[in-house]
Design a protein around this ligand. Structure first.
Ligand code: GLU
Length: 416
């Protein structure tokens, strides 16, 4: 057996990919072709900072696979968004789009920077320059970026505008845009809504009534905050949330409306009234039904997995549980629902946004939400059926379904 003690993110995704290939008996040459990236671009992004200094940031766009449609995936702004991490995240997008059955491949972008410490002007300059550097390989039918950690709808507006300067008006070149520029209703909330839909389905299977359930959420950005909102809407009590600075806890449940106002006013969940301050580690070790790591990769690992007391770990972020950590969770009987299923709501509504852009025909919120729900529940049921039938983990089932679809698409196109 492979040494599961803390693999790098790309080793981890390749490990699951290999397991799926073994299970599906995929031919060696097909396996080799789809394991690695189709194209990896590294660019220098020089930015004149507000203090007059020239800083050179390093950016990447990794296109992993496009057998099933144009490359698709977010752009991350984070000091640790290096080549290895972006490569792993690009691969994960290939499996995510295949699992939910939307006609895209997988890609990811990243710029190694700390967006918290940058002014809006610096961020706009960085984004426009990065977009120009990768503009030859992205496009409405080629590769469609979207928001991820450290980026948002404003970043997408700048990307769309910088791309248009060279290529003309093309709203479908990025998704996750502001509504005023061709974004989709429901996109902002989509990932969190998807997370709560999956939890609701899984809770039925595990016999956990939502009304008596408790959840803890690590990360209070786009994914974490909307997940908290939707989980409380379907009856769960949100007992703890956290951000990079630390967390807050109240066993009776946090008042999310007040918490939202507090975060808007202070920039953090810390210092929220009516709650006890906790650390991020304490949040992860909280006794609850659903623990949602919705921050960065590697949060639950072989060092802390034995301390998890949740019944279910639900991966709102990408790669928050390492393979070593998951093995320990499995041994403890903690169900782990994998990222490629759980957080696929974001890219699914990105797909709807792209469809609306190329058809020049906007949808209403009901249509977006109904179509999202149908796709998420169908994907969950397919994964759950295989998990039970083959007595494997949810992650192994999700990878098997996804890898099988990509391999089949490649075979049908004919190998050279
Ligand atoms: N960054 C999100 C993800 O990891 C969304 C990607 C997209 O919408 O293309 O799934």
């Amino acid at each position: 057996m492979a040494n599961l003690k803390e693999m790098s993110p790309f080793e981890a995704v390749t490990y699951y990919f290999d397991q799926a290939c073994d299970r599906l008996v995929i031919r060696e040459e097909v396996r080799d072709l789809i394991c690695t990236s189709d194209r990896e671009m590294r660019v220098e992004v020089p930015v004149r900072m507000d203090n007059g200094d020239l800083e050179v940031f390093i950016g990447y766009r990794v296109q992993h696979n496009n057998c099933r449609g144009p490359y698709k995936g977010g752009v991350r702004y984070h000091p640790e968004a290096d080549e290895e991490e972006v490569r792993a995240l690009a691969s994960l997008m290939t499996w995510k789009t295949a699992l939910v059955g939307i006609p895209f491949g997988g890609a990811k972008g990243g710029v190694q920077c700390d967006p918290q410490g940058m002014s809006p002007r610096e961020l706009q300059t960085l984004t426009r320059r990065f977009t120009r550097s990768i503009s030859q390989i992205i496009g409405v039918n080629d590769d469609i970026p979207a928001p991820d950690v450290g980026t948002n709808s404003q970043t997408m507006a700048w990307m769309m505008s910088a791309y248009a300067e060279e290529h003309g008006y093309s709203p479908g070149v990025v998704t996750g845009k502001p509504l005023e520029l061709g974004g989709s209703v429901g996109r902002e909330q989509a990932t969190g809504r998807g997370v709560s839909l999956i939890i609701n389905e899984a809770a039925k299977d595990l016999g956990i009534p939502m009304e008596n359930s408790k959840c803890a959420i690590q990360g209070f950005g786009n994914v974490g905050s909307w997940t908290a909102w939707y989980l409380s809407e379907i009856g769960s009590t949100v007992i703890a949330v956290s951000d990079v600075n630390g967390g807050v806890y109240n066993v009776q449940g946090l008042d999310l409306d007040q918490l939202k106002t507090h975060v808007e006013n202070t920039g953090s969940v810390l210092g929220f009234n009516d709650a006890e301050a906790i650390t991020n580690d304490e949040l992860l070790e909280m006794e609850c039904d659903f623990l949602v790591p919705a921050a960065l990769g590697g949060a639950i690992n072989s060092g802390n997995a034995s301390k998890i007391r949740a019944r279910m770990v639900v991966e709102g972020a990408n790669n928050p549980v390492t393979p070593g950590g998951e093995m320990i969770l499995n041994d403890q009987g903690v169900t782990c629902l994998p990222d490629l299923l759980v957080n696929a709501g974001g890219v699914t509504v990105s797909y709807f946004e792209w469809v609306q852009n190329i058809q020049r025909f906007p949808w209403n919120l009901d249509r977006v939400n109904n179509a999202l729900e149908e796709i998420m529940i169908r994907a969950y049921r397919e994964v759950q059926t295989m998990t039970v039938r083959d007595n494997i983990t949810y992650r192994d089932a999700a990878f098997s379904i996804a890898v099988g679809r990509v391999a089949q698409a490649l075979e049908l196109q004919g190998l050279p």
